[in-house]
Write a protein that binds this ligand. Sequence first.
Ligand code: SPV
Ligand code: MG
Length: 293
Amino acid sequence: MSINKHNGARIFKEILNNHKVDLILEAHNGLSARVVEEANFVAIWASSLSISSALGLRDCNEASWSQIIGIAENMYDSVSIPILFDGDSGYGNYNNVRHIVKRLSHYGIAGISLEDKLFPKMNSFISGEHTLTPIPEFIGKIKAAHDVKKDEDFVVIARTEALIAGLDIDIALERAEAYCQAGADAIFIHSKKSDGKDILEFAKRWNHRCPLVVAPTTYTSLPLSVLEDVGISIYICANHLMRAALAHMRNVACQIKIDNSINEINYVISPLSDVFKLLNYDELKIAESKYLS
Ligand code: SPV
Ligand code: MG
């Protein structure tokens, strides 16, 4: 199926259900979204951590939902591939979820991931307590999202933070089962362990009941084929362009300061011609000949 702005949700649903694992990469603004598309990724993860960081804010709902959605809309306008929106814990209760999902699906965003933590939530890799939402309340959010979506194919992914909260795999499975019954299109099972063994055990016991989503930020050495075999459908590279930007910006800033000059730095940064190419300035010439002649 060809990709256009109008069938992103359908395409993303197919990616979710195609019985193979697909990598999707984080973007946090229009430019990074273009980079993800240019590199031929099938979809974009609109990461709360990366978008917040790019705003200079912490990933604990310091940025408002409207700020984050505004960035997701910028990204949508910049690319043609589907965007999966990281909706945190829904910015409140079922009613906040309704409000956000209406707006996302109206705009053409492909789907939302909702996590079973309290609002405001804290990034999963920050130590401390990660309190979970009671199951009935979270089920209400999943149902509310489906009830208001403007696109039949808009995807609702339920993320359980049970393992992040230090609870055992039985509890994670119990929550996943309840979310699946409530209509979640996939389960996002998250862990901060470095070997990924808990994810593999969860996935084996889940036994392909519905597609699984993971973000293996800490367990990077698990082979993709192993994850695919246990039913992982989406492998989120959750923060890598934001971290790449931070590392490179810092190097360039230090070098300019040391050199007191921008003469040498040109060789390690993108030429402006690259920026103009990526953002398709040539199209303006074609448009000018159409509209200004
Ligand atoms: C994000 O990228 O914002 C995520 C993944 O939700 S994590 O940072 O691991 O919580
Ligand atoms: Mg997040």
